[in-house]
Design a protein around this ligand. Structure first.
Ligand code: IMP
Length: 427
């Protein structure tokens, strides 16, 4: 098994970071392939909590090569802060590299993100305000800055003059906001250049050689299918492709080289930001699950919206990503829920839909079709094997696997590495 992709199967925050951390010491290379510092993983290892936004959590294993692929938009300031925090904890970053082709989040991107949201008013998306959308916009518009540009100061300066004129025009004329200063940006980014220089690589030969030598590579996706720019609940999505296909594009690895795709799903559903969420629980049970599951964003601290497991979304995720194996997380959060709802599809104007509709207004107004199952009403935290789990918990897991269309091979029952029940090895 050489190339494995790991993706989120819902609206993000499924606990991918923990799974990557579990797998990292069994792979030679982890490549982050899309998104930016909008993502947030919290990993608990040996009682210590680590927060990651850009750096693959695989960095905790010193022998794993960690690569930020060209599909990622990198905010160098956030990246270097993360590096400094890791060093302060005694974690080495000697094996960490960034693709020369990865685009950078520039200082005007978060500001344009924020102002764009204000301009949308009631129709705002609820972005993380990290400048992700504006950075991808510039990439596609071919006025973005790549990490490799840091190694070409004269080019950087010339291009910044041109691009900043466009940006400042938008800021001052469209938004009545303050312009950015060219000299200040240049100084700031040339400062980053000095520190980033040793980490910048053309990752193509690295990845090619790793594949040629049959090294184990894990492609780490951020966000998830329902936030996909095409397949998600557009426009309430992120600006990249958090799918298995996106992982290939963002790392430069051909789909035919991929051996396995793992999907991470929470045992219920959460979503941050606005947009349709058919199984949302807006009652006291939703509030309780949010508290028990500590459903507050790692990146923004925002309260996450909480709802029942949506098997129609899960099936869609399994099929569009080609998921072979599911990791089901946060099962313990449901320990004290007497009756569990599972959405199997939707009714909209008398018609049954077995998948999330492309028309988000229909998705917003549909009625989820639910199956109910009895809860297990006992703690699962100390279970260490699948057979230790209460029978009703196992029945719930089995049913989710059946409805979602892929086997649930790993179950997570708490934040720590030891809170993990493996039914079948992932790699
Ligand atoms: P953006 O990616 O900051 O542009 O935000 C667009 C949408 O994606 C918003 O609804 C965000 O809350 C959501 N989003 C972005 N990154 C994540 C993530 O890592 N987890 C969950 N939601 C995210």
């Amino acid at each position: 098994m050489s190339v494995t992709i790991l993706v989120g199967g819902q609206w993000g925050d499924e606990g991918k970071g923990k799974v990557i951390d579990l797998l990292a010491d069994r792979v030679d290379m982890v490549v982050r392939s899309q998104g930016g510092s909008n993502a947030g993983h919290t990993v608990v290892a040996e009682g210590k909590e680590y927060k990651f936004h850009l750096i693959p959590s695989g960095v905790l294993n010193p022998s794993t090569v960690c690569v930020i692929g060209h599909g990622v938009v990198v905010n160098p300031k956030v990246f270097l802060e993360e590096v400094d925090n890791l060093h302060a904890e005694g974690v080495s970053t000697d094996n960490l590299f960034i693709s020369e082709r990865a685009h950078m989040v520039m200082p005007y991107h978060p500001e344009l993100d924020r102002l764009g949201e204000v301009q949308r008013g009631d129709d705002r998306l609820g972005t993380t305000a990290r400048g992700i959308g504006p950075a991808y916009e510039d990439k596609v518009r071919r006025i973005g800055f790549r990490i490799g540009d840091l190694q070409k100061p004269a080019f950087l300066e010339k291009k910044l003059r041109f691009v900043l004129r466009l940006k400042n025009e938008a800021l001052t004329k469209l938004y009545d906001a303050e312009p950015f200063d060219e000299g200040a940006i240049l100084d700031e980014y040339l400062g980053y250049a000095e520190r980033l220089d040793p980490l910048i690589r053309d990752i193509y030969p690295m990845v090619r050689d790793a594949i040629a030598h049959d090294r184990k590579i894990l492609l780490e996706g951020a966000q998830a299918i329902m936030l996909d720019i095409d397949l998600g609940t557009y426009p309430y999505v992120t600006s990249s492709a958090p799918t298995a296909a996106g992982a290939c594009a963002g790392s430069g690895i051909a789909p035919s080289r991929v051996d396995k795709t793992i999907g991470v799903f929470k045992a219920y559903t959460t979503r941050v930001g606005y947009g349709p969420f058919p199984t949302e629980l807006t009652d006291s049970l939703g509030e309780r699950l949010r508290e028990v599951g500590n459903e507050f964003g790692t990146t923004t601290g925002r309260a996450r919206r909480v709802g029942w497991y949506d098997a129609a979304v899960a099936r869609y995720a399994v099929e569009t990503n080609g998921i072979d194996s599911i990791v089901l997380t946060k099962v313990d959060v449901l320990d004290e829920v007497p009756t569990l709802g599972i959405c199997t599809g939707y009714m909209w104007r008398g018609e049954y839909w077995d998948h999330p509709m492309a028309n988000i207004s229909h998705l917003k107004h549909c009625d989820p079709v639910y199956e109910e199952m009895p809860g297990w009403m006992t703690s699962t935290r100390d279970c260490r094997s699948y057979d230790d789990l209460p029978p009703r918990c196992r029945a719930y897991i089995e049913r989710l696997g059946e409805l979602s269309g892929a086997p649930i091979d790993v179950v997570s029952i708490g934040p720590d590495r030891q809170h993990t029940v493996v039914r079948r090895d992932l790699l």
